[in-house]
Design a protein around this ligand. Structure first.
Ligand code: IVH
Length: 702
């Protein structure tokens, strides 16, 4: 790669207004069309020679001349600009925001393992479930970048999206077009699929990353901490012209959907991608045994330091698609693949100070302030010591030399103290007897020391308020860390219910607030007065009640009032609720301070929406049963059918596997029906399904 040349490549667009002065011809002649095609073809070829093969055949000046000619012609005949034209790689007009796009199939993530034993256990499970002595796997490097979904229609790149939450992503098509190694038009003629969705990883090569940072420094701009952040920051640019100047790379590693048919194995599918000109992972290997997989892991680990890009492990995938299907998937990850991660990178440094922070639950977290150290390209100056027990167990004291580990994006961790012979050590660190923020006394519960100040403690209040306003809870836009801190510091908020009595003139006292922003925030708070029950529950920050448990509780109790009355015994009867959660929930609602806050919220107009309650004899009728839907149902949309099943305690997944209990088949069912027949899964037709969902009685429906 010649990095200097890269920056020259995104050629300037023609001067502004140039097209105004050119004659706009209504009907382009055949000659013009041919000329355009010829130019596009030539530029594509030179792009590939340069960016993919590193073997340019023409000079930069020559290339620029071709490119300008193309741009000039396209400016004259804008109707002839196609999305796959190389001119589209220089980015377009800045966007106000990214559009949301639903993924055709969920973009799952992977379970990751660090230990050989766990990978062995994965292989054993796979072989046991498939009833095979030997299973063929494909192993690939795990690229450390950002997952994206690409859609090609009849060979043309039409859409690209970020992973988002796996169900919905953001449309970053224009930005992806700027990646030179991403083909805008697939090669390969007749065998090209009509519809192709692939998944890949956008990343930045190390050399390009360092060069980009040098360029940013020279321009007085902020640098990126690591190649992954640089790739993410570049790809999520609203101004795609900026993205075009960023040296991004891409590799594709999954076939999501493919019409008409898909090859039998992942290996062959990826091979096809390569034939069509899509970049695929280097160094992939077919492995038949656990030994071969471990060998690949070891080989890649050894190569890691010399590779031109960052990898953080390998990915192991069952190769045959029919076997993948048989193994199925969990809610977020497939059961046929696993990430076998590398050990995190470690460096040595010294502890300068031990600070203590207070979280929203009042837990005191000791934090080591370090002599800054570069760990795999990131400067680290703080590391968490988790809790007081950890400090004691690792015996970390101020002045000690320590080994610090950085694993992906996770906060760096102190692995251990390095013993320096003859050193003079400071006294052992002891947990503060008073909260460093509110000076209330602290108490130790298990390994954790808590501040007893609760709402008196501004740190806890700030944490609770931030959590209440966060995306997964009330999602109050404009109520971030900074605003929360000011509201609490100025005494405008003393508990969560004060949020709803804020006035505009109070907000105007805050730094960064003007008339418009204050009105906006008040409107956001107002909007949040109608809140779905599960989100409200998450927002309350009851210990051990995260998103999943909040949903379970909401479904089970339907309203805040009935949850308030729930006894420990009642809670314990619910699948997923253990004693810790039961105690935590009941004690939350016994605490008069919490009840008062809830009452005040109600008085201010907060209405927690009721949840359709899973109740009666049917609530648990389908508990644990797994459904797959295929074809069109007359009486229900997919979403309604799914809702029905979930209301009865069942679960809907997308692939038929041995675990599937029922396949509900509507009109024009897909291959899922064949698969169900093959595996002997019970098939329900619409009438049977209706009976079941109305009466909750499966037997009479058969
Ligand atoms: S396969 C259903 N293969 O690692 C299979 N992922 O959590 C999904 N990644 O989000 C992923 N290199 O962004 C796969 N060769 C590779 C990969 C890879 C990197 C990323 C991907 C995913 C994450 C795993």
């Amino acid at each position: 790669m010649q990095p200097d040349l890269f920056e020259n490549k995104p050629v300037d667009t023609p001067e502004e207004g140039a097209s105004d002065t050119l004659p706009v011809l209504a009907v382009p002649s055949k000659n013009i069309q041919d000329k355009l095609e010829e130019l596009k073809k030539a530029i594509r070829r030179h792009d590939e020679l340069y960016y993919v093969h590193n073997r340019p055949e023409i000079s930069d000046a020559e290339y620029d001349r071709l490119f300008r000619e193309l741009q000039h012609l396209e400016a004259q005949y804008p109707a002839l600009i196609t999305p796959d034209s190389p001119s589209q790689r220089v980015g377009g007009a800045p966007l106000a925001q990214f559009q949301k796009v639903p993924h055709e199939f969920p973009l799952l993530s992977l379970d990751s393992e660090m230990d050989m034993d766990r990978v062995q256990a994965f292989d054993q499970r796979v072989r046991r479930e498939l009833e095979m002595n030997e299973v063929e796997y494909t192993a690939e490097p795990k690229y450390d970048g950002l997952s994206v979904e690409l859609t090609y229609e009849h060979g043309a790149f039409v859409r690209g999206a970020t992973r988002g939450d796996g169900i919905t992503g953001e449309d970053i098509t224009v930005n992806l077009r700027t990646i030179r190694t991403l083909p805008l038009q697939l090669q390969g003629g007749p065998s090209l699929p009509a519809h192709l969705v692939v998944r890949g990883e956008v990343y930045m090569k190390l050399e390009d990353f360092h060069q980009l940072n040098r360029r940013l420094t020279e321009n007085g701009e902020e640098v990126f901490a690591n190649p992954r952040n640089a790739a993410a920051g570049s790809l999520r640019q609203l101004d795609s012209k900026i993205t075009a100047t960023r040296p991004l790379a891409i590799t594709c590693y999954e076939f999501m959907s493919h019409a008409p048919e898909k090859p039998a194995t992942h290996w062959d599918a990826v091979e096809n991608l390569e034939k069509w000109g899509i970049p695929i992972p280097q160094y992939r290997r077919r492995c038949r045994t656990i030994e071969e997989l471990l060998r690949f892991h070891q080989d890649m680990l050894e190569q890691r330091e010399t590779l031109p890009f960052e990898i953080d492990g390998i990915v192991i995938k069952v190769d045959r698609y029919d076997w993948q299907q048989a193994l199925g998937e969990k809610s977020r990850s497939p059961r046929w693949a696993i990430a076998f991660k590398f050990p995190a990178r470690k460096e040595m440094t010294k502890v300068r100070q031990i600070a203590v922070s207070v979280g929203r639950t009042g837990a005191l977290t000791p934090i080591a302030l370090l002599d800054p150290v570069d760990i795999g390209g990131v400067t680290v100056s703080r590391a968490t010591l988790h809790n007081m027990d950890e400090v004691a167990r690792k015996d970390i004291r101020i002045g000690d030399t320590v080994k610090v580990e950085r694993a992906g994006d996770v906060i760096p961790d102190i692995v251990e103290r390095v013993v320096v012979p003859g050193e003079q050590r400071a006294a052992a660190f002891v947990a503060p007897e008073q909260c460093p923020v509110c000076h209330s006394t602290t108490i130790q519960e298990g390994p954790i020391v808590y501040c007893t100040g609760q709402t008196v403690c501004q740190a806890q209040l700030k944490g609770s308020l931030e959590h209440f306003a966060s995306k997964s809870a009330l999602n109050i836009e404009g109520l971030g860390k900074k605003t929360v801190a000011q509201l609490v510091d100025k005494g405008l908020i003393k508990n969560l219910s004060d949020l709803y009595t804020l006035h505009k003139d109070q907000l105007l006292q805050l730094e960064g607030f003007a008339d418009k922003s204050a009105t906006q925030l008040l409107a956001e708070i107002e909007k949040g007065k109608h809140v779905p029950f599960p989100r409200f529950l998450i927002g309350l920050g009851i210990r051990h009640v995260g998103a999943h448990i909040a949903r379970v509780l909401a479904k089970q109790f339907g309203s805040l009032d009935s949850l308030k009355k729930a006894t420990e015994e009642e809670l314990l009867q619910i699948h997923d609720i253990g004693p810790e959660i039961a105690v935590s929930v009941t004690s939350f609602f016994q605490e008069s301070r919490n009840l008062m806050v809830l009452q005040r919220m109600k008085e201010s107009g907060v209405q927690v929406e009721h949840e359709t309650r899973a109740s009666g004899p049917n609530a648990q009728l389908l508990a644990g049963k797994i459904f797959v839907l295929t074809g069109t149902l007359k009486g229900y949309s997919r979403q309604e059918a799914k809702q029905k099943i979930e209301d009865l305690g069942g679960r809907v997944t997308s692939n038929v596997s041995k675990q599937t209990d029922y396949v509900v088949a509507g009109k024009d069912p897909g291959s899922k029906l064949d698969r169900a027949t093959q595996l002997g899964v019970t098939i329900l037709h619409e009438e049977e399904f209706s009976l079941l969902s109305q009466r909750g009685d499966l037997k009479s429906s058969k």
